[in-house]
Design a protein around this ligand. Structure first.
Ligand SMILES: C[S@@+](CC[C@H](N)C(=O)[O-])C[C@H]1O[C@@H](n2cnc3c(N)ncnc32)[C@H](O)[C@@H]1O
Length: 218
């Protein structure tokens, strides 16, 4: 996937995230990576902030389309001495076989993926049946906070590397019947509401079968 990416955002990302990375994010990153084994894929790995949290035994793969972010992710993996196969790809078109991962992880990324519905279909495609999709995402607020997010969203999209401040990502995930929800929690409220969850793939191609079943039989 060839994109120029967002060099300034990539350069500032770790500095801007330094305080949350020390305070509120560790517990969520730990939960995302807890007890993962087998073949694991992280979508939109950014600078590799999740890498220290994965078990050494996991066969870790990641995609990151922004070359500036990806370069930092590669450097972080090297610093950690962690083998991570990092591909230049977006979540909407994962360069992997069907049914090939035990788990897929998304951390603060579905807000930024341009076609997030296509990316969720890709998660369903590459997960093995029974595999887990784990996520931590910020979402549109309720009531007045949601309205404020709607107003700020266009400017935020420009300064924050394409992030959609007011996406209803949690609802998209929860209502997808290819997955069974194992855990779903609103883990923060206020200005940056966030949800964290785990879902098990029940039927990777359920939607396709469903839509085909609506075609009248002649
Ligand atoms: C807010 S950062 C999160 C990075 C990392 N997951 C973390 O937890 O710190 C969002 C990331 O999504 C990446 N991204 C943008 N478009 C994407 C796409 N189509 N597919 C996958 N990742 C994408 C960005 O380049 C960026 O690295």
């Amino acid at each position: 996937m060839s994109t120029d990416g967002h060099p300034l955002v990539a350069q500032l990302y770790d500095a801007v995230m330094a305080i949350p990375e020390r305070t509120m994010l560790p517990e969520h990153r730990e939960a995302l990576a807890a007890d993962l084994s087998g073949r694991v894929l992280e979508i939109g790995a950014g600078t590799g902030a999740m890498f220290p949290y994965y078990d050494e035994a996991a066969d870790l793969h990641a995609v990151e389309p922004d070359p500036h972010m990806r370069e930092q992710a590669v450097e972080r993996a090297e610093r950690l001495g962690r083998a991570v196969d990092i591909a230049d790809a977006g979540g909407e078109s994962l360069p992997y076989e069907d049914d090939s991962f035990d788990a897929v992880v998304a951390s603060l990324v579905f807000c930024t993926i341009p076609d997030h519905e296509a990316a969720l279909s890709e998660v369903a495609r590459v997960l093995k049946p029974g595999g887990e999709f784990r996520f931590l995402e910020h979402v549109r607020g309720e009531g007045r906070m949601g309205q404020a997010h709607d107003v700020l969203a266009p400017a935020w999209h420009t300064v924050a590397g394409g992030c959609h401040l007011n996406r209803e990502t949690g609802a998209l995930f929860r209502h997808d019947d290819r997955f069974e929800v194992l855990d779903y929690e609103q883990v923060s409220e206020g200005v940056v509401p966030m949800v964290r969850g785990r879902m098990r793939l029940v039927d990777g191609r359920g939607r396709l079968r469903k839509s085909l079943s609506r075609v009248p039989l002649l």
